[in-house]
Design a protein around this ligand. Structure first.
Ligand SMILES: [Zn+2]
Length: 374
């Protein structure tokens, strides 16, 4: 193995009312800036941003300027933030909210050579510690290039991550259930990674990262009901695991631990939802994809489905607004989706490249797993 530079977020402020203690935390981090830019939307400003801004001003910050994201993860929003950073320099950038706001903070901070701190208010994604920021396709993206699909900008880890567990507890549960599903998808991703490695398609393989991920997922599956009830040790354990993704991908030397065939299926489901005008969450699409691909991989899909049910994530097509045909179409198309991914990342070889699904085998699988009923 060639030597690699490993870097991840190692500074956290975690727990009840963490936002109220931001001043002490910044002092510990030796942050001496007196200006800050905060990336929010109207909702995250209300649940966390406003209080954070007040704390900063009371602790001696001169200016804290809030940016309100309206159009999602697109270049325009990053430009808006960059302009503000340029005028307030020097500053630290806070990304307050879900994946979109954090990714805009990460990208704008990175491009303006500023530091950024993530403040997740929901746990539907692992963006809080990730070294990439993900954006929607545009003719001219954040990096100035054309993109036909979602793309990543590698920005490195945040300076720190602040999690106010009271804020997350008050957030709609749907988001956390989706995050849970996206996390346990690692079971399929690990299987596919092993396959790619065995076939000589991927040179990287980290038994260490896999061991950590596997034990975490096993814990989540066993404790899904306690997590759903937000019982404290289990719920906090879940949040901390979600925050561990940045570490896992770095120490694993690859993002392969985050996605495999289940994410290809999830992409197909997302496209079906777009066509039907259904607003779905990434983790919800992944939930269905994970059940189906775990079945295809011969994993214990029953306990995966049970845990997803217990945590309140969708396990059936109707729950994500899709009919039987949409599921079957997606499964039949999944290999083509995988091939498209492999044009950019030839290492993302999965079971779909070896087990082509026909309309009949797709239907059988979807019926057997209870994803469709008729
Ligand atoms: Zn995912």
């Amino acid at each position: 193995m060639e030597s690699k530079f490993i870097t991840f977020c190692g500074r956290f402020l975690f727990g009840k009312d963490a936002i109220n203690r931001v001043t002490d935390f910044l002092a510990q981090l030796a942050v001496e800036e007196t200006n800050a830019v905060m990336i929010n939307d109207a909702n995250t400003w209300r649940v966390a941003g406003e209080r954070l801004s007040k704390s900063l001003l009371e602790s001696g910050f001169e200016r804290v300027e809030a940016i309100f994201v309206e159009k999602g993860a697109v270049r325009l929003e990053v430009e808006k933030a960059r302009e503000k950073i340029r005028s307030l320099k020097p500053c630290v950038v806070f990304g307050v909210g879900g994946g979109v706001n954090m990714d805009i903070a990460k990208a704008s901070g990175f491009l303006e050579q500023s530091r950024w701190i993530t403040v997740p208010t929901i746990f539907s994604t692992d963006a809080m510690t990730g070294i990439n920021a993900t954006f929607r396709p545009e003719e001219r993206g954040v990096d100035g290039k054309a993109h036909e699909g979602d793309y990543d900008l590698t920005v490195g880890p945040p300076l720190a991550c602040i999690v106010d567990t009271n804020v997350v507890r008050d957030a709609p549960w749907r988001y956390q259930a989706a995050g849970f599903a996206d996390y346990i998808a690692k079971l399929c991703a690990i299987e596919d990674w092993g396959l790619a490695y065995a076939r000589g398609r991927d040179e990287d393989f980290s038994e260490y990262a896999i061991t950590l991920a596997r034990s975490q997922v096993e814990y989540l599956i066993a404790n899904a009901p306690r997590i759903r009830k937000m019982e404290e040790p289990a719920f906090n354990g879940f949040l901390l695991m979600m925050m561990n993704d940045g570490f896992l991908t770095q120490v694993g030397g690859s993002s392969r631990i985050l996605f495999g065939s289940e994410h290809m299926v999830a992409q197909g489901l997302m496209e079906e939802q777009v066509r039907e005008n259904v607003k779905g969450l990434h983790g919800e699409q992944v939930a269905i994809g994970t059940i189906l691909m775990a079945y295809l991989q011969g994993l214990d899909w029953l306990s995966i489905r049970k845990a997803l049910e217990e945590v309140g994530a969708p396990t059936r097509a109707v729950q994500i607004g899709l009919n039987d045909q949409a599921i079957i179409r997606t499964l039949v198309r999944a290999r083509a989706i995988n091939e498209a991914w492999m044009r950019d990342r030839p290492d993302i070889y999965t079971i779909l490249m070896e087990e082509s699904l026909t309309e009949q085998s797709a239907k059988e699988m979807a019926l057997k797993t209870g994803v469709i009923q008729s």
